[in-house]
Every structure is written in structure tokens, then in C-alpha cells.
Design a protein around this ligand. Sequence first.
Ligand SMILES: Nc1nc2c(ncn2[C@@H]2O[C@H](COP(=O)(O)OP(=O)(O)OP(=O)(O)O)[C@@H](O)[C@H]2O)c(=O)[nH]1
Length: 392
Amino acid sequence: MSYEVVHTFGSTTYFLFAVFFLWIKGIPRINAGAGWWAASIACALAARIILFLFLPSKNAALVIAVYVAFNVLEKPLFLTGLVRFLELDTRLAYFWLAGVIAEVWIVVGLLADWHPLIRASLYSLINSGLLACAGWFAFYRTRDYPRLPMRCLAVSSILLSVHWLTGPVLSHFSAAYFRNGFVIGTLLVSIQYFALVAAILTLFQRRVIASEAQALDLACHDPLTGLNNKRYMGTLFEQALLLATRPHQVVAVFYIDLDNFKPINDTAGHAVGDEVLKRVASRLKENTRSTDICVRIGGDEFVVIGTQLDNEEQALEIGNKLLKKIIAEIEIDGQTYGLGASIGIALYPRHGHNLDDLMKCADSAMYLVKRNGKNSCAIYQAQEEGGKAQVC
Ligand SMILES: Nc1nc2c(ncn2[C@@H]2O[C@H](COP(=O)(O)OP(=O)(O)OP(=O)(O)O)[C@@H](O)[C@H]2O)c(=O)[nH]1
């Protein structure tokens, strides 16, 4: 492959990578490392352009020294970006110290006119070592990172490490290797940065999907108990009505307000209060069907929507069962807590055809239970039915 083609391909690719990293540097939450990689690939680009423009020159030693100096600078920049991207607690000062030592070696070697192999010895060793570190980080320290791109990064970094270790010696003895070495180096660097681009994009995609799922979860669920929240209850209720298609099928809304919950909060603390609410939520889930809807509508108030009941008596049985389960003692850290519950029941279609009406009826039945001494459950009775809740 011709020298010009390799340089044109390399320069264009490196330029595009630099632009890409500069662009994503501004994107929140994925920018760690991107600015450093923009700088590192810019160094690789500068090295390449200098070589391409000036190599057939009388002062080849100076051109190569500048080329190598940029290539050395690229490595600590690259590693800094990688350490930031992978959120490692590695001390970057060592990499930068190694880079400075290599740069000093290059300058001294040039000024003192050392033999090319002696000049190359330390910087190729340091370059190779820094690349091996990059390979190591990409291979072993990336549990939560996209596997394939990180493996590609690791392999290309290790191959580049070998390339820098052997390249200067082989190039010194073989002009053909000097040219082919560029092809190999260009390809490996391109793979390295392409792997980074893939890793960044994959990670970004994962985070967007996770945030979406989290947002959806927050929109539909109560963060403390994990039950459905009040906002989502309407949607679920509509779905439940669609399933209640058989004649005489009943849907029951149980409005549950805990009794004497406040004293638990006041005496044992808010954390224990939270735990009590979680236990109540678990009991509701465990004692209802998977098709039933359990909701925490706020504070110590819950709603259960019993779907596809065969008759109204079944609603009473469920109300009783839930009451028994809720008021069973709760043990937290060796301490037992007693609760009560007032449950009001409204039935579809008898008390209403929409959730708002059913909730009002269930709420009203629940308040009647509270007024009558708490710790019981009752079905709502409309005025025309006698006006009093039917206590179970
Ligand atoms: N731990 C905890 N407490 C909460 C939460 N939300 C509301 N509360 C408390 O729950 C209590 C509910 O008040 P009430 O319903 O009057 O308490 P109660 O003792 O059950 O009263 P009755 O229903 O009349 O028996 C208040 O003290 C609120 O501060 C929560 O998320 N966690």
C-alpha cells in the first residue's frame, strides 16, 4: 500500500476521531475521558502530518524526534482519558512521569546525537509500557463496560505495545518494515479509537435505556413499597374492567387506611414506620391474586382492586382476609408492632362504573368504619340501600 494512501487514511480517520471526541465531550454523563482522547488523537494526527510533510528532509533525525515526541505525549493523554472513563482510582502521576522521562530522553538523544537505537530504546519501552497498561485496564477492569469494544481495545492496545517495543529496532534494520510498520500502527490505532467510540456509544445507549426504565418505574410505582402508585391505578383499573367481561362478574375496590400507625412513627422512628409500610405492602401482594391491583395511594393508605370476582360475598371474604393479614403483629429488629386497619369496600358495577366513583364510595365506607371504632371492614351502602355501610 502506498505511503500516501496510508497517511491520507490515517490522517482522515484520526481527524474524524478528534472531532467526534470533541463533540461528545459536551454530552453530560458520557464525557469522562472524551476531552483527553480528543487531545491524544490530535497528538497522533500531528505526529502523522509532521512525518508526512517533512520526512524526506535533510534533518530526518529531528523530524523523527518530533514525530516520536507527539506519539509519546499521546499515551499519557490516552491513559488519563481511559482511567477517567473507567472511573479507576489509578494514580495518573506515574503515567505522566513516564511520559516526561521519555520526552526528556528524546530531546537529550537528539542533542547528544545518540545512536538511533539508543535513542529509541527508552521511549519505545515507555510507549510500550503505557500501551500495555491501557490493554490491562481495558481487559481486566471493565466489569460493567461493554464487553466487545473493551476486548477490542485491550487486544489492539497490547498489539500496539508489541509494535512499539519491536518497531524501532525492526525499522532500523529494514526499510520495508519502516513502511509496513506504519500500516500496522495506523490500523491498530484506528481499531483502538474505534473501540472507544463503540464503548462510549454502547454505554450511552445502556444508560438511556436504564434511565427510561427508571423513569417509567418512578411514574408507575411507589418508591418505598414498590406497589403501584395512585397515578398508575387508573390505567390498571381500566385494564381490569376490560377483563371483567363475564355476566355477574364483580370488581371490588378496597380502600385501606392503617389504624394507629402514627404512634409507631412517633415512638420507634420514621425508619421503622417505613419498614412497617413495606411489610404491609408485602402482605397485600402475598394475599391477593396476580391479576389484582395493589396500590399505595399515600401515607398509610392503600387500595386493593380485586378483579374478576364471581360475586359480592367474595369481596367480603377478601376484605376480611386482608384485614386479618394486615393486623397480624409485625416484628422488626426483635420488636413487635401492632397495627389496625379500616377497610371500605366499593363494588363495580353496583356502586359506580368508573374508578372515581368507586373510590369515593370505598373511602366513605372506610370513614364509617373509622367512626365506628376502627379495625374492621365494610361494604359501602348507598342512601337508597339504607345509607349504612354493611360491616363484615
Ligand atoms: N414512616 C412513614 N410515615 C409516613 C409516610 N407517609 C406518611 N407517614 C405518616 O403516617 C401517618 C399517617 O397519619 P394517620 O393516618 O393520622 O395516622 P394513624 O395513627 O394511622 O391515624 P388513624 O388512621 O386515625 O388511626 C402520619 O404521621 C404521617 O407522617 C411514609 O412514607 N413513611
